[in-house]
Design a protein around this ligand. Sequence first.
Ligand code: G3P
Ligand code: MG
Length: 242
Amino acid sequence: MPVNFAHRGASGYCPENTMAAFTKALELGATGIETDVQMTADGRLVLIHDESVRRTTGFDALVKDLTFEELRKLDAGVWFSEEFAGETIPSLEELLALAKSANIIVNIELKNGLIPYPDLERKVIETVRAYGLSDQVVLSSFNHYSLAVCKQLAPDIDTGILYMEGLYRPWDYAATLGANALHPIKYAVLKEWVLEAAAAGIACNPFTVNAPDEMKRMLEAGVSGIITDYPDRLAALLKTLT
Ligand code: G3P
Ligand code: MG
């Protein structure tokens, strides 16, 4: 059964990358959660998409310049709706604790395309290991050098290459990186190559697929997972297949 990855949690219904969004995703039938990790000034791993906290908290600063304590004082819910006032930017540990108890897959996207957080790969891997979740995690990134480092540090943890363009024979490229999965933008998915990738042992988890007809097209192409803001829509579709 393809993995139903809730993109930044159930971000269609809750403020993205908050515990409210992650918990809601589980309620709606997600079997995986996609999240974005960045690092604070004091080296803590936190779950937020942007390098800056401005869009989701209203405070104008970069994550890398705030301590964890400073960042935790910010409200990450109210921008979405008053109903979510008091939500904070979670730590990676908080999500991993939830994932362990709910037994779901976590796709941790390393957000080190613009800011080269020192030792991000090692810290993420150590945290995953501390929770005993090595076989329930996929590490992904648009920074493919970083994915090569992850594979070197932890050959047993799956990696997925994120990309926005139509790569030529992406399964061959994945193999050169030792990657286990392709995480393409949905437009780059073609049934022929999903099959070829699968034959080469490479999974395919496209993003961000929100419309049921698009989800259907991905499932018909044979993808191994779908990253969506609306895990309830995908759960309903998957039910019709069983
Ligand atoms: O991991 C899939 C997707 O999250 C990649 O794009 O910008 O939403 O992190 P973005
Ligand atoms: Mg992401």
